[in-house]
Design a binder for this molecule. Structure first.
Ligand SMILES: Cc1ncc(C[n+]2csc(CCOP(=O)(O)OP(=O)(O)O)c2C)c(N)n1
Ligand SMILES: [Mg+2]
Length: 599
């Protein structure tokens, strides 16, 4: 149990209270226990009540970090993540984290106190229009336009975040935290989602019964809908291979014989080869995001002639990216159960060739594991050149060692960068709510604060962030939060002395004309960690990686945060955006020397 203490109850019945009391009591009713942010005069009257309301205020180093922490907290608990800050600059610092939570489908409530209603538009202090800024990165915006509506609108922001699975904004003119109202505190809405329409479920069951090579693609909806057991039951009934959608490696247990690994950038070749053979794909709880199904490893694997059944809780996602044969607007768990019920006892075409398909799965998985075992370093000319003579580790070699030493039940967040992306090949999980990658928003600086929030939500689980050194420069300030607030985590920092993912584009497309990609004169990140009151360890040898990770995980149980600075070569894996870059064309004489050579 993470939170053995009895949660305080909100007051019941219509009664007189201040608006700050109404606001805080609504948080209590919504079972809020932790709020991330930086203190500010704008909401001080409400903040003053937090301790007696049983709400912990976690004081962070930068509001963006606080927003990511709320995201990590929401992703691991399934409950709301909450962040708050000072009007104006504190709130604009939430923009990136809110956009990231939007694409991670995290129920984060972003509380944004704003300039006082009496002076809006006069250009006083810390004023900016706070609603337009968040309008495209939230699922719902509540603006408290009247003191009497404080509890109602606060509750709605919470309900909508769960209902639509994404961040919502609660905008409150700061003077509205003062004053008396009479109100009743609304109770949280209970949301029960269903399996989807009967006809579409029938059509899906019919397609699956006739499929000779069905493949299941498990997405974030399986995780958020707590539907792993149902996905396993469906897979076992069909004896179908199961791939994870991009960056949702925790959507199906990796030890299961039907698991074949993740699709997408640096994903599993076994998953790609098997899905390419599918005649029916069951996309369970995935929006089939475009980046997640791009060709990889030279494989254009998406089965263009297969029938696609897509199940998503958000009706707007059905058929948006890929054309589908059947769209089911439903909850992944309930839909999987409904399909099992329909298919049980039916004669299934895929049972006729079951043994052949199972053998296929085994062959492809073994081949991919063997390939990974032999792929300890990158083999392109540039990587060979920069790693020649280096006594540092090969990134892949280090990632394999981390995988082997990964503590049981660990939560891992990953950042955006070349090495973090390559880690997609090596991250395997047994239970959902374990992998917190920076999702489609793809912002550097995501992983470290996100794992801090996850640790607050699940204090008994080992919490590990994978971060490139460039992204680390953006986010290491939150070590202060770990130390100050006693939130022990482990950051694994990949020191390759470069913004590697972008440098790879210079290598592949711009003939090594490097601009702004080398991270020279970096401090020792291990020494920085120690100076900030955490543990800091520099790791140079592959054989030291496992022991260092195990030690750092153990230190978490002693309350200590550790930064493991991994010294790796400058070699680089495949580029991120091969799909979006072109060779340079130049018309002006002045720039001709930078044009791609013809030929
Ligand atoms: C906030 C933000 N700024 C810039 C980028 C562009 N970008 C994508 S990957 C990357 C390089 C990451 O470098 P590092 O964190 O050192 O990891 P590496 O690629 O070296 O493994 C950059 C700058 C981004 N995704 N997010
Ligand atoms: Mg780097």
């Amino acid at each position: 149990m993470n939170h053995p203490v009895e949660l305080p109850q909100a007051v019941t019945g219509r009664q007189k209270m201040t608006t700050s009391e109404a606001f805080v009591e609504t948080l209590v009713a919504q079972r809020v226990k932790d709020v991330f942010g930086i203190v500010g005069s704008a909401y001080m009257d409400a903040l003053d009540l937090f301790p007696l309301a049983g709400i912990r205020f976690i004081s962070v180093a930068h509001e963006q970090g606080g927003g990511h922490m709320a995201d990590g907290y929401a992703r691991v608990t399934g409950r709301h993540g909450v962040c708050i800050a000072q009007n104006g600059p504190g709130i604009t610092n939430f923009v990136t984290s809110t956009a990231a939570a939007f694409w991670a489908h995290s129920p984060v409530v972003v509380i944004t106190p704003e300039t006082g209603s009496g002076t809006i538009g006069l250009g006083g202090f810390q004023e900016t229009e706070q609603l337009p800024i968040f309008s495209k990165i939230t699922k719902f915006q509540a603006h408290v336009n009247n003191r009497a509506r404080m509890a109602e609108l606060t509750a709605r922001a919470f309900d909508r975040a769960q209902l639509e699975l994404g961040p919502t904004q609660l905008n409150i003119p700061r003077d509205f935290f003062y004053g008396d109202i009479e109100c009743e505190i609304p109770r949280p809405m209970t949301i029960e989602r269903g399996a989807g329409g009967e006809k579409s479920l029938d059509a899906a069951a019919d397609l699956l019964a006739r499929a000779t090579f069905p493949v299941i693609l498990c997405g974030g909806g399986v995780i958020m809908g707590n539907g792993t057991a149902e996905a396993v039951a469906l897979a076992e009934l069909l004896q179908a291979p199961v791939a994870n959608s991009y960056l949702h490696n925790d959507s199906f247990p990796a030890s299961h014989p039907l698991w074949v690994g993740p699709l997408g950038y640096q994903g599993s070749k076994a998953a790609m080869k098997l899905i390419s053979k599918a005649d029916v794909v069951l996309a369970l709880g995935t929006r089939l995001g475009p980046f997640g199904t791009l060709p990889q490893h030279g494989l254009d694997y998406w089965p263009k002639n297969a029938k696609i059944i897509q199940i998503d809780a958000d009706a707007k996602m059905l058929g948006l990216v890929k054309s589908i044969s059947v769209g089911i607007c439903g909850d992944a768990k309930a839909a999987a159960l409904a399909l099992v019920a329909r298919l049980k006892g039916k004669s299934l075409a895929c049972h006729a060739n079951r043994d052949l398909r199972l053998a296929d799965i085994r062959v492809e998985k073994t081949a991919w594991e063997n390939e990974l075992n032999g792929w300890m370093q990158e083999k392109d000319a540039w990587s060979l050149e920069v790693s020649k003579g280096s006594h540092y580790m090969h990134p892949r070699q280090m990632l394999r060692e981390l995988e082997k030493a990964m503590p049981k039940d660990a939560m891992v967040s990953t950042d955006i960068g070349n090495i973090c992306s390559v880690s997609n090949s090596y991250l395997r999980f047994e239970r959902p709510r374990s992998m917190f990658a920076a999702m489609s928003f793809g912002n550097c600086g995501y992983a470290f604060p996100t794992i801090i929030g996850a640790k607050v939500g699940a204090p008994d689980r080992p919490a590990i962030a994978y971060v490139g050194d460039g992204a680390w420069g953006m986010s290491f300030g939150e070590i202060q939060t770990c130390v100050r607030e006693s939130i022990p985590v482990t950051a694994v920092v990949f020191n390759n002395g470069q913004w590697g993912a972008e440098k790879k584009n210079h290598v592949d497309f711009y003939q090594n004309r490097f601009v702004g990609v080398n991270l020279d004169k970096q401090p020792s990140w291990a020494a920085v960690a120690r100076a900030m009151g955490a543990e800091g360890v520099t790791v140079e040898k592959a054989s030291d990686v496992g022991p260092a990770l195990r030690m750092a995980a153990k230190a978490q149980s002693e309350g200590k945060t550790t930064v493991l600075e991994m010294m790796v070569t400058r070699e680089l894996g495949d580029p991120f955006r091969r799909d979006a870059l072109s060779l340079p064309v130049r018309h002006l004489d002045k720039y001709k020397s930078t044009a791609a050579a013809r030929g």
